[in-house]
Design a protein around this ligand. Structure first.
Ligand code: R7I
Ligand code: MG
Ligand code: MG
Length: 312
C-alpha cells in the first residue's frame, strides 16, 4: 500500500516531466521528438507537479483539507517559469492579494469559473488519501478545485480523476469494473458520455485509431477533454510505461494527460513499476523526487494513524 501512495505521486511527476517538452505538439511532432526509445529529455516538472506538491503539503500539515492553508501553499510554491495556465495564474494573483479562497476563482471566465484541467492535474494526493472514503474524496476534490477552478466541469473532472486513483489503490480491482464504478460516481452528463465512449473503445478487439481517441475523448486543456483521455490511456495499457507513453504520444496537453495517467498507473502498479531511468532523470533539489516520495510516505503514515484511531 505504501508503494501505491508513493507510486501515485512519483508517477504523476514522471508523467508531467515526460510530457512537458512536447506540450501542445501534434501526434506526429511528438513521435519525431521521442522516436522509439522514450528517453526522458530534461526531467524538469511543470505547474502540474508544483501544485500537486502544494495539495500534498497542505493535506499533511492539516491531516485533511484546509482551504486557506492550501491556497497559501500554492502561492508559496508558485514559480511562473513552470508554465501555469492563464486562469490559474489569475486566481493565484487574486489569492495573493488577499481574496478568500472561496471567492477568488469565481470571477474567472466571465463569472463562470474555469473548466481547465488545472484542478484535476494536481489531485493525486486527494485520490490516495481518501481512497477508502468516497464522500470525503468527492467533497475534498470539489473544495480543493474551487481554490482556482469553480466551474462545475472543472471540479467534476478533478473528482473523477481522484476517484480513478482511489479505485486503482484497491487490490483485486478489475478494469471493466472500474469503468462501471466511474460511470456511477460521476454526476455530470458530459463525463458520463465520455466514460461510455471509453467503454466502447475498451471493448473493441482491434486497436482503436489514435485519431479517433483524440476526436472522441479529447487531448486539450479542458478537464473534460483530458481526464477521460488519461483514464483511457491507463485502462488500455498493461504497464506503467505503456500507459504514460501512450498518453504523451497523443500530443496536445501532453504533460497534464501524462501526469494524470501516471498518477492512476502509479497507484495501480506501485512505485516499483515506474521505469528507473525515468525516476533517475526526474529533477532533484529541494522539492524534487526525494521530497515527492516523502510526501507520499507521510500521507501513508497519517492515513494509517487516522484509520487506527477510527477503529477505536
Ligand atoms: O486549468 P489551468 O490551470 O491550465 C492547466 C494547463 C495544463 O495544461 C498545465 O500543464 C498548464 O500548461 O496549463 O488554467 P486555465 O486557464 O484555468 O484553463 C486552461 C484553459 O482552458 C484556458 O486557458 C482556456 O483555454 C480553457 N478554459 C475555458 N475556456 C472558455 N471558457 C477554461 N475554462 C474556460 C471557460 O470557462
Ligand atoms: Mg504543466
Ligand atoms: Mg499541460
Amino acid at each position: 500500500m505504501k508503494s501505491k501512495f508513493t507510486g501515485a505521486l512519483i508517477g504523476s511527476a514522471v508523467g508531467d516531466a515526460l510530457g512537458a517538452p512536447v506540450e501542445g505538439y501534434s501526434m506526429k511532432k511528438v513521435s519525431s521528438v521521442y522516436g522509439e526509445d522514450w528517453k526522458m529529455i530534461s526531467g524538469r516538472y511543470t505547474d502540474d507537479t508544483e501544485m500537486m506538491i502544494g495539495v500534498a503539503e497542505s493535506l499533511i500539515e492539516n491531516k485533511g483539507f484546509n482551504g486557506e492553508d492550501m491556497a497559501k501553499r500554492f502561492i508559496e510554491n508558485y514559480d511562473p517559469k513552470r508554465g501555469y495556465g492563464p486562469g490559474s495564474k489569475e486566481a493565484l494573483r487574486r489569492l495573493s492579494e488577499g481574496e478568500s479562497w472561496k471567492e477568488a476563482s469565481k470571477k474567472l471566465f466571465g463569472g463562470k469559473g474555469s473548466y481547465g484541467n488545472g484542478a484535476a492535474m494536481r489531485i493525486a494526493p486527494v485520490g490516495i488519501f481518501y481512497y477508502d472514503d468516497v464522500d470525503r474524496l468527492r467533497e475534498t476534490a470539489y473544495k480543493s478545485s474551487h481554490i482556482t477552478h469553480s466551474n462545475e466541469l472543472g471540479k467534476e473532472g478533478a473528482a473523477l480523476q481522484a476517484f480513478s486513483i482511489a479505485l486503482a489503490m484497491q487490490e483485486r480491482v478489475e478494469k471493466e469494473g472500474m469503468l462501471l464504478e466511474l460511470k456511477e460516481f460521476v454526476e455530470n452528463e458530459v463525463y458520463k458520455e465520455k466514460i461510455r465512449k471509453i467503454e466502447m473503445f475498451f471493448e473493441k478487439e482491434a486497436e482503436v485509431d489514435k485519431k479517433e481517441v483524440i476526436s472522441e475523448l479529447g487531448s486539450g486543456e479542458e478537464a473534460f477533454n483530458s481526464v477521460p483521455t488519461a483514464i483511457y490511456s491507463f485502462i488500455r495499457s498493461n504497464s506503467f510505461k505503456d500507459a504514460v507513453v501512450y498518453a504523451v504520444s497523443l500530443g496536445g496537453d501532453t504533460d497534464t494527460i501524462a501526469a494524470m495517467t501516471g498518477a492512476i498507473s502509479g497507484a495501480y502498479y506501485g512505485e516499483e513499476a515506474i521505469p528507473k531511468e525515468w525516476v533517475e532523470r526526474l529533477e532533484g533539489g529541494k522539492k524534487g523526487k526525494r521530497y515527492i516520495r516523502w510526501l507520499g510516505e507521510e500521507l501513508y503514515h497519517i492515513k494509517l494513524q487516522l484509520m487506527q484511531r477510527d477503529r477505536w
